[in-house]
Each structure stands twice: as structure tokens, then as C-alpha cells.
Design a protein around this ligand. Structure first.
Ligand code: ZN
Length: 98
């Protein structure tokens, strides 16, 4: 399933990384509602206002070191699947989203 990686600050004030999997028009106000899905074995799905999205926290050095990387055909930079999803790239086409 295609998704974009985004950041969202929970009501408890914690910045988390989520999959943005769907967008729908807000019936009650201007703007869109977006469906977020958490990572992990028991993902939680919930809708939030699109305006509440923030930049995703960067992938940790440790996670990046263990992740498969590709080289972008456009800019030549190396990128992980996570970074590709974060920047609307095309993993299959080796495009980082630059
Ligand atoms: Zn690139």
C-alpha cells in the first residue's frame, strides 16, 4: 500500500512517526482530514486534521545503518525506504523524491 511518512504530535505531546495512508475532505471545516497509521505489530489508525501534521523525526543513525539503501538516479544521493516514503519518492524507480 502506498503511503507517505509524516510526523504528528499526539495529545500527550509526543512527536511520533506515522504512515499517512488516506486523505478525505473535512465535512465540518476547511481543509482535509488524513488517516494516520502507527508502526509496529499492532498498528493504530486514526484521523486527524491535515494542518496538524509536522515534519517526521529523522530516521535514527542506527536504523539507517541497518536499512537497505539505494542510490537516486536523479541526484546521486543514497536513501532508505523510510526516506523515500517521507519525500514522495519512488523506491521501485530508485528516485529519492528530491
Ligand atoms: Zn534524489
Amino acid at each position: 500500500m502506498d503511503y507517505k511518512i509524516v510526523g504528528y504530535v499526539s495529545k500527550a505531546g509526543r512527536l511520533g512517526t506515522y504512515k499517512h495512508t488516506a486523505t478525505a475532505k473535512n465535512k465540518f471545516a476547511d481543509g482535509n482530514r488524513v488517516l494516520l497509521e502507527s508502526f509496529g505489530s499492532e498498528p493504530v489508525k486514526f484521523w486527524v486534521d491535515e494542518s496538524k501534521l509536522v515534519a517526521a523525526p529523522p530516521q535514527s543513525e542506527a536504523a539507517r545503518a541497518n536499512a537497505e539503501t539505494k542510490q537516486c538516479w536523479e541526484c546521486g544521493g543514497s536513501f532508505t525506504y523510510r526516506e523515500c516514503r517521507e519525500h514522495d519518492g519512488e523506491w521501485g524507480d530508485s528516485y529519492c523524491g528530491c
